[in-house]
Design a binder for this molecule. Sequence first.
Ligand code: ADP
Ligand code: ADP
Length: 226
Amino acid sequence: SYALEIKDLEKTYKGGVKALRGIDLEVEEGDFYALLGPNGAGKSTTIGIVTSLVNKTSGSVKVFGYDIDSDLTRAKQQIGLVPQEFNFNSFETVQQIVVNQAGYYGVPRKEALIRSEKYLKQSDLWEKRHVRARMLSGGMKRRLMIARALMHEPRLLILDEPTAGVDIELRREMWEFLRELNASGTTIILTTHYLEEAEMLCRNIGIIRAGELIEDTSMKSLLSKL
Ligand code: ADP
Ligand code: ADP
């Protein structure tokens, strides 16, 4: 079954910019998939539509079979999103941030506390649980964004340019973390404009340019063509 199934997706923004010109894309359950393309190609728009932050113009999107038009709540439950920018309340503590997030998804507080221990430990942030997020290093903030996205235990994790502006050491650390997460069964989709990042991590890749998917293939066969 597909974690994500996109059919003929189009987006024209109000100003008239055609950001997506008929995208077809399928990501299998368990996959680690990269959406690669230059700035302005339509990566964030695609992710925005899948996570229902952006309205589509036409086409269809299914997440683990749930159509975002008819089953939005269930579709959203399947997805954890790690946006590009830090968007937590930096005056809250690390643990408050992840526990509150679970609350938005209807996870009971007791269970949220149990999960916060699990995911903060996994992200190497448990020792920092009582620290206000503003005091964390950049790397810790990135890990916090991921831990927060995992709190409702989504089957699909989507990361928008997860390592943009991140130094090489931290980038390696994040790659390792994401690899383990994928190995434990979470389907992962990330957007990037670094081929190297896609190459290091992903099994399959879609290349998007000017709102069109110009390539959709396995990483192996892409690399053999270069
Ligand atoms: P990417 O994530 O690949 O950099 P985007 O999806 O952000 O690309 O952008 C695709 C196109 O849509 C670009 O031309 C961008 O300027 C335009 N765009 C993105 N968001 C908006 C918006 N809210 N309003 C109008 N145009 C937008
Ligand atoms: P939607 O159609 O999904 O509701 P909008 O078209 O309302 O999205 O986007 C909101 C506004 O954000 C746009 O009118 C635009 O002025 C602005 N905007 C945000 N990002 C961009 C971008 N990358 N390029 C152009 N405009 C942008």
